[in-house]
Design a binder for this molecule. Sequence first.
Ligand SMILES: NC(=O)c1ccc[n+]([C@@H]2O[C@H](COP(=O)([O-])OP(=O)(O)OC[C@H]3O[C@@H](n4cnc5c(N)ncnc54)[C@H](OP(=O)(O)O)[C@@H]3O)[C@@H](O)[C@H]2O)c1
Length: 286
Amino acid sequence: MVKVWIVGAGGQLGTAINEVLDPLEAEVFNTDKEELDITHTDEVIGFGEINRPDVIINCAAVTDTGLCEAQPELAYRVNALGARNLSIVARKTGAKIVQLSTDDVFDGLSTTPYSEFDDTNPLTVYGRSKRAGENYVKEFTHKHFIVRSNWVYGRGENFVNSVIEKAKSQRELPVASDQFGSPTSARDLGRIILHLIRTNEYGTYHATCKGTCSRYEFAKEILKLAGLEAELRPVPTRESELSSVRPAYAVLDNFILRIIDVYEMPGWRASLEEYMEEWMNRGGIG
Ligand SMILES: NC(=O)c1ccc[n+]([C@@H]2O[C@H](COP(=O)([O-])OP(=O)(O)OC[C@H]3O[C@@H](n4cnc5c(N)ncnc54)[C@H](OP(=O)(O)O)[C@@H]3O)[C@@H](O)[C@H]2O)c1
């Protein structure tokens, strides 16, 4: 049985991986900030040496982009040095490591999707700290999968849940029509990660659901599936409460997945439908 350590297990992706993982296939160690802060180097190494995981999946991060701008030291401590600490463990124990990353490592100025071979150029503290995390992982161990995704939603705070909450109390919602991306459910991201860790195909991957839309189109689909009536108004990002300032064109091309032809991500609408069905079954909560 493979031993998997899920770091940041209480977040959206950590929760989703636990939901899609087959308990008969893996022994799982879940940790989050409360049990083990990844910035505490000696404790992280100690935990790794005692439990000797076969795979480390690092879902822990400071993902609030505004908080990263306000507290860059915190962003670099967690997103860069935390990733370094886990990759030290991977190197010492021979474990594979999955490091989650983001489209924010690109500047968003392109008009065509970014592939894994495009040069990064992050413009935000979040993006720069995530790129620093990628670099540490590459430096410390070759048995790595760097998985970049975008517009991830699952159980937690995200665009889908914010749109639903706002639509319950506001008749009109201004939503950015100038930000483009590929909405990706945390579960579908979890599934591709579980596929990759069974292989030795190390390297950097872009993994988003197929298709592209604007925030406005995304919100429209969310309201339709939730059966909510609020009216959406397309606006520039600066006039929308629902979008932080992010790369305008956050579209990743899953180029490597496509050329190795072993795994296909689902379309974003189908993925959202699965999520919203679950949301209905939970009685419309979180
Ligand atoms: N969400 C997206 O749209 C998106 C897009 C692309 C890539 N990603 C990447 O995917 C990964 C998972 O994202 P997510 O949406 O699941 O994030 P999330 O919901 O914000 O979860 C992150 C988890 O990390 C924990 N954490 C923060 N600081 C920590 C520390 N010092 N030590 C241990 N745990 C710590 C958080 O705990 P607290 O909540 O208590 O702080 C939280 O449980 C991240 O690497 C993120 O950069 C996310």
